[in-house]
Design a protein around this ligand. Sequence first.
Ligand SMILES: C[S@@+](CC[C@H](N)C(=O)[O-])C[C@H]1O[C@@H](n2cnc3c(N)ncnc32)[C@H](O)[C@@H]1O
Length: 218
Amino acid sequence: MTPRRLNLPDTAKIAVSDVDGRIHAPSAARNAQPILEVLRRVAPVRGTALEIASGTGEHVAAFATALPALIWQPTDIDEARLASIAAWTTDLANVRPPIRLDATVPGWSEKFDPPNLIFLSNLLHLIGESEARTCVTEAGRLLAPNGILLVYGPFKRGDGFASDGDLRFHQDLAAQDPSIGYKAFQTVQAWQAGAWLHPVDVIEMPANNLILSARKPA
Ligand SMILES: C[S@@+](CC[C@H](N)C(=O)[O-])C[C@H]1O[C@@H](n2cnc3c(N)ncnc32)[C@H](O)[C@@H]1O
């Protein structure tokens, strides 16, 4: 299967350092702190955390710095981003070297030990419905008992959109590829429920984003 590589809207704003491969994404820098505030409330204090689609690595670098007793495993599908993650996290003892992962391939969960936390940000609207469902289902399968899955991003509210800007973003994505675009948060919760998880909360985040949290029974 050909890995999906999208020219995401943020890509135009990304600057690549020519020194060590670090990529900077303004959106990741912007939303790291609000996400971190949620992690401080709901993430396990210690244990292991798997990040799916880590992107530039700025998120995992911020989270691992602020939550030093959690051991983080970043992943991504894209080689340039894997290099960037490695550059951002090289000095952090609680971040393992990044691993290449296509989170849309059934069975990917078998490659990992069960983590206490799985964090996924800004991927589900960029992939198709069945790919997104696979990603969530595999995460549910993998999570350790009592573990928590946090899915951050833009979502539809039922059949509607949170704002005209969200509708436009969805339409831009669908124009690039009609199979992708926003998923309803209720749909993602149904996938979580079908994947051995209990949906716990829908947390409103800046810019109409949500964090969907779900827990695996102990
Ligand atoms: C919009 S970026 C989000 C990055 C980061 N999570 C954030 O919120 O800033 C989407 C990321 O998903 C990765 N990606 C795309 N398709 C993927 C797949 N099938 N499996 C895993 N990662 C994928 C891209 O390489 C990119 O790093």
